[in-house]
Design a protein around this ligand. Structure first.
Ligand code: HEM
Length: 295
């Protein structure tokens, strides 16, 4: 059967006539375009919809691909926010950094909420398309790795899977070699005269951040000044907002995995739940949590 404008599911017959009539009313939106609407051009709708290509007839696969794609996009947005916050801190602009961290908090909430899209997937539904994606795994997400590096979870070997994509590997190497978000916060504290250990101010940035009791002491001084305009305290709490939301995302991932595939090995070659649980347990910005043992 040939497709006509009237048969289009997005513009059923009847509605078109009504819309055209409305278009003649003053103040109504334009209806006539020579080619694709400016909206389609600007948002890249055709390209976007073309990217959802399920490999099986299992309806749950559609939600799985879409959720993954939504999260990939949001990872890039969060990375932009964290990099802008990091740069503001390096430039001694705490209010600027706070504004970026507030935006990141909102984006992270949407990211974590996106797990709802997969909340009702059963193990059998998952099994029906599991083989179709072979060895693909979120573990190979370079946008996620970018975020982990910005948090201080640096790892040279984690760039290796992306060596076949030189531009991606270069970008990750660059994030690996520079201070991350938390490093920038500690460097700022040091410039403000707080007793941050030298090893947290200048170090080999390619190495993972290691917890240091001296940093707990520096944050303790920040928390001792409870005035509303203590911008370093506001910064500490904004970093806690980020840290808590990262852990929430990891936990919801863990729950999704446990619910859909239990303790089976992962498609990326890990032992699955045990490996993920170890990562989920790691505190983000550890000294800010450790400090709470003593406050
Ligand atoms: C129910 C659906 C899902 C299952 C069963 C699942 C399963 C797994 C497993 C088993 C791993 C460990 C690595 C491996 O061996 O594969 C993993 C890692 C990962 N997955 Fe998922 N996943 C799911 C949904 C998602 C979605 C929607 C995303 C969004 C992008 C995602 C992103 C990741 C990331 C970033 C990692 C690496 C985590 C890290 O490095 O700590 N996963 N996943």
């Amino acid at each position: 059967m040939s497709t006509t404008a009237q048969q289009c599911p997005y513009f059923p017959q009847g509605e078109e006539t009504e819309a055209r009539e409305q278009g003649e009313e003053e103040g109504a939106p334009s209806l006539d375009f020579e080619r694709a609407t400016p909206y389609v051009d600007y948002v890249g709708v055709d390209t976007l919809l073309d990217l959802k290509r399920p490999r099986t007839d299992e309806p749950a696969e559609s939600a799985f691909i879409l959720t993954t794609q939504v999260m990939e996009l949001l990872f890039t947005l969060v990375a932009e926010h964290w990099e802008a916050a990091r740069d503001a801190l390096e430039a001694d602009d705490v209010p600027g950094a706070l504004a970026w961290l507030r935006r990141s908090r909102n984006a992270q909430d949407v990211l974590t909420g996106s797990w709802d899209l997969l909340a009702d997937m059963t193990p059998r539904q998952f099994n029906r398309f599991r083989d179709a994606f072979g060895e693909a795994s979120g573990f190979q997400s370079y946008t996620y790795r970018h975020l982990e590096f910005l948090l201080g979870n640096k790892s040279g070997p984690m760039v290796r899977p992306h060596k076949g994509m030189p531009r991606v590997a270069e970008r990750l190497d660059s994030v690996l070699e520079h201070p991350g978000l938390y490093d920038a916060a500690l460097r700022l504290l040091a410039r403000r005269g707080l007793p941050v250990p030298g090893g947290a101010v200048e170090r080999d940035w390619t190495q993972p951040y290691e917890e240091d009791p001296g940093v707990v002491e520096a944050w303790a001084r920040v928390y001792a000044d409870e005035r509303d305009d203590n911008e370093l305290l506001l910064l500490a709490e904004a970093l806690m907002d980020v840290a808590e939301r990262v852990t929430r995302w990891r936990h919801r991932h863990l729950m999704a995995v446990k619910r859909t595939m239990g303790g089976k090995p992962g498609s990326g070659g890990s032992n699955g739940l045990t490996w993920l649980a170890r990562n989920a347990e790691k505190d983000v910005f550890p000294e800010l949590w450790r400090l709470r043992d003593t406050l």
